[in-house]
Design a protein around this ligand. Structure first.
Ligand code: C5P
Length: 308
């Protein structure tokens, strides 16, 4: 999130470098492990002072504006910050991040809204540990990926998504992000994974860690070597249903990607390349799909403390 005088904020997408579903939790969610990387594909959120709360999204992504996670985030914060400071706001979201794509667009918008309105309504920075203490539980209640976006940058994420260990080494690679225009439901992806693995709904199980963090940190130390050891558990089903996604990953690997795989529960797939030139060469070979050259965003230095 960046703060300009006209109260415009960038709300950026994420990619998952590896994703292991470790097992179900008593609350019905699943524990996971993944490296989340914030990238420079961003929506823009504009906040204007207003007597009432309103939210519009351009183009619209939900049936009504009140269904948008941005509106729910604003309402949740309004209920937490003591009145009269939490008055209204007119929130406009200009969307670029596709929905149902596994890039956390809605979650990022919700986190950015929490931080923006916290500053707007309290005149205090949303980047302090004290502010996080207020915002973290609201973020978690809005969605499993929302807490990560209160931090941004790159982080090793576990639990349901709330245990966040920031990774401070810069990620120097070029990402070719491919948007195949397929909408995947996250809840459906978890359910079909359990069926594929043969677990009953009420069965408790635990899979071993795939050492996602170690694979990434080793690859960072060795110029990308071993990065292809990463794996996303959701690929097995989503690729079977949409063979194009597997094909796109194979193509990027053939074009020299250090790693190619899916983000979150899809449908976005991406390749990691050593240089922009390598990524652009691969982009040239991909036919009939929208793709973007992206880079990892560095976490602002004021958020260096760990939580979770
Ligand atoms: O938290 P969020 O609303 O984004 O999750 C959407 C759905 O994905 C949940 O209702 C749940 O079925 C599934 N989920 C899960 N474990 C997670 C995250 C999501 O089972 N860690």
């Amino acid at each position: 999130m960046s703060h300009h005088e006209d109260t415009q904020y960038s709300s950026c997408a994420k990619l998952n470098l590896g994703l292991t579903v470790l097992g179900p939790r008593v609350d019905g969610y699943h524990d996971l492990e993944s490296v989340f990387v914030e990238i420079d594909l961003c929506d823009t959120i504009t906040i204007e002072p207003a007597a009432d709360l309103s939210c519009i999204c351009i183009p619209s992504v939900t049936a009504t504006n009140e269904d948008n996670l941005v509106y729910k985030a604003a309402q949740a914060l309004q209920a937490t910050v003591p009145l009269p400071t939490a008055t209204g706001a007119k929130i406009t979201v200009h969307k670029r991040i596709p929905t149902g794509a596994g890039m956390g667009g809605g979650s990022s918008n919700a986190a950015t809204t929490l931080m923006a309105l916290y500053e707007h309504w309290t005149s205090r920075s949303a980047r302090t540990p004290e502010a996080r203490h207020v915002l973290q539980p609201l973020a978690m209640a809005l969605g499993s990926d929302v807490p990560f976006f209160l931090h941004g940058g790159a982080a090793y994420v576990t639990g349901r998504g709330e245990m966040i260990q920031p990774l401070d080494a810069p990620i120097p690679w070029s990402f070719l992000v491919v948007l195949p225009g397929i909408h995947v439901s996250t809840a459906g992806a978890y359910a079909s994974l359990r069926r594929t693995w043969g677990y009953a709904d009420n069965e408790v199980w635990r899979r071993p860690s795939a050492q996602v963090r170690k694979t990434l940190t080793d690859a960072l130390e060795h110029n990308g070597k071993g990065l292809d050891g990463l794996h996303n558990d959701f690929e097995i089903n989503v690729f079977q249903q949409h063979p194009l996604l597997q094909h796109l990953c194979d193509q990027m690997r053939a074009e020299g990607a250090l790693y190619a795989g899916m983000s979150g529960s899809g449908s976005t797939v991406f390749g990691v390349f050593r240089t922009d030139a390598d990524a652009l060469r691969a982009q040239h070979e991909l036919q009939g799909v929208t793709s973007y050259l992206c880079h990892a965003r560095q976490r602002p230095t004021s958020t260096t403390e760990d939580i979770g």
